[in-house]
Design a protein around this ligand. Structure first.
Ligand code: TPP
Length: 283
């Protein structure tokens, strides 16, 4: 398949993920819309063009791994995995309800395709690094992808992991930083700024760093991952400059972390996401 055709396929996949993630959270009426929306395009690239996975065998030993360390973006993972065929997508519409297999934060014991349990910020970085080390020791020819938030990067545990990954030359590890500029209580810079930027920090720790100017553009993300695959002897950090709440009509303008919109606002957001999917499909 030509690259242009593949990118178009990924744009459609991203629009489908956004719609399904909104429907998933909408089934409950409230939840983490902001941080789910910002990682949609990166998930589309990973599961639509990059990762080796087998929906019929989620624990396939040679698979690539994806760890959503900012575990509150669970709904975006659930939409992606459902659309990829790990389970019927409608199952995710039980989000956070009693006995569901789709808790608000990703849990490997509950949802097929979720590789590691997350939710306590910082920990997913460590466990992803452990998985990368284990896979390397087992001579696996695969990659571990981990998503961390810019607010999450306030956690010291992220940086202990960053140091470790360099020491052990984990070139099978790619960390996406979702640099959407907002955390739970507001703008990252107003709470705990990142000085010269998170790319500069990872660089100082010895990582190969790739800055993606538009972290909601599938082609830029795809090119970054292809470049990361060529890096030997060190882990790669891909900094995604994203928009918190991207594409959700009630969340994007305010970049809100969690949302509890009215029924009318949900209807409007889902209709807008459906219209966007139709628009992208017609390109
Ligand atoms: C150790 C820990 N402290 C606090 C929280 C509560 N919490 C959940 S999400 C969040 C903000 C995270 O911000 P960011 O990483 O920027 O996420 P994003 O904006 O991408 O959703 C906080 C403080 C948590 N889950 N874990």
């Amino acid at each position: 398949m030509q690259k242009a055709e593949k990118m178009q396929e990924l744009r459609v996949f991203a629009a489908e993920i956004r719609l399904e993630a909104l429907k998933t959270i909408g089934s409950l009426g409230f939840g983490h819309v902001g941080g789910s929306m910002s990682v949609v395009e990166a998930l589309a690239v990973l599961y639509g063009a990059v990762m080796k996975v087998d929906p019929k065998n989620p624990r396939w030993e040679d698979r690539d791994w994806c760890v959503m360390s900012k575990g509150h973006a669970g709904p975006a993972m659930y939409a992606t995995l459902g659309l990829k065929g790990f389970y019927p997508i409608e199952q995710a519409y039980t989000l956070n309800q009693p006995h569901t297999n789709f808790p608000s934060h990703t849990d490997r014991t509950k949802t097929p395709g979720v590789d590691l349990t997350t939710g306590s910020l910082g920990q997913g970085m460590s466990t992803a690094i452990g998985a990368a080390l284990g896979n390397k020791m087992d001579d696996k020819n695969n990659h571990v992808f981990v998503f961390v938030g810019d607010g999450e990067c306030d956690e010291g545990q992220v940086w202990e992991g960053a140091e470790f990954a360099v020491q052990y030359k984990l070139d099978n590890l790619v960390c996406f930083v979702d640099y959407n500029q907002y955390q739970l209580d507001g703008a990252v810079d107003s709470i705990m700024g990142h000085g010269k930027g998170l790319g500069a920090k990872f660089d100082a720790f010895g990582w190969h760093v790739i800055e993606v100017e538009d972290g909601n553009d599938v082609e830029q993300i795809y090119d970054a991952v292809m470049a990361a695959y060529k890096v030997k002897g060190m882990p790669t950090c891909i900094v995604l400059n994203t928009i918190k709440g991207k594409g959700a009509t009630f969340a994007e303008p305010s970049h809100s972390h969690s949302s509890q919109p009215t029924k009318e606002q949900w209807d409007e957001a889902i209709a807008a996401a459906e219209a966007e999917l139709a628009r992208v499909k017609a390109l």
